[in-house]
Design a binder for this molecule. Sequence first.
Ligand code: CO
Length: 210
Amino acid sequence: MKSSYQRLLHGNQAWASEKLANDPNYFKYLSLGQNPEYLWIGCSDSRVPANEITGTKSGEIFVHRNIANVVVHTDMNLLSVLYYAVEVLHVKHVIVCGHYGCSGIIAAMTNKDNGFVNNWLRNIKEVYEKHSEELDAISDITKRENRLVELNVVEQVHNLGKTLIIQQAWKKRDLQVHGWVYGFDDGLIRDLKVMVDETSDLKPIFRYKL
Ligand code: CO
């Protein structure tokens, strides 16, 4: 009996053959290196694949994904990806992309015990608490969830701005940080127009003297 994982290997073979048929040098070209203009920080959700929903190809987007696209300043994984993308790959844009209907966001809004994930969702609960006045005033639960999805993206964009990595880059060059939200209802990405540079609303306490 064929296991379901074998479907992936067969899919890969078909994909590789198709690429080679279209361009015999496709993999040779990829092997030369990468020069992506974008760093994508998105949700791990299987329905939000960075390249697919943006119509981009291999080599175009450097990607970091975690549950509910959170930027945690002690997360060595995220910081390493961010540092490499900004300092070595010299990406021009860093994008935080959340999505409506995010299970991480919805779970964080409840008092349900999610085991080990509680520790991660705690970051979202802090976002809720910070904006509780606005959120508690929204009676429709889906609308409240959607608003928290947006506010979470806004806070994560600000969290990026609070890092030394981003602030140092701003001193040296034009690096834009974007906050986006993707929706399953129409497949479209909304630009929340949060913060694009150092002149935007980063509170003074978080600004390093550089
Ligand atoms: Co999600």
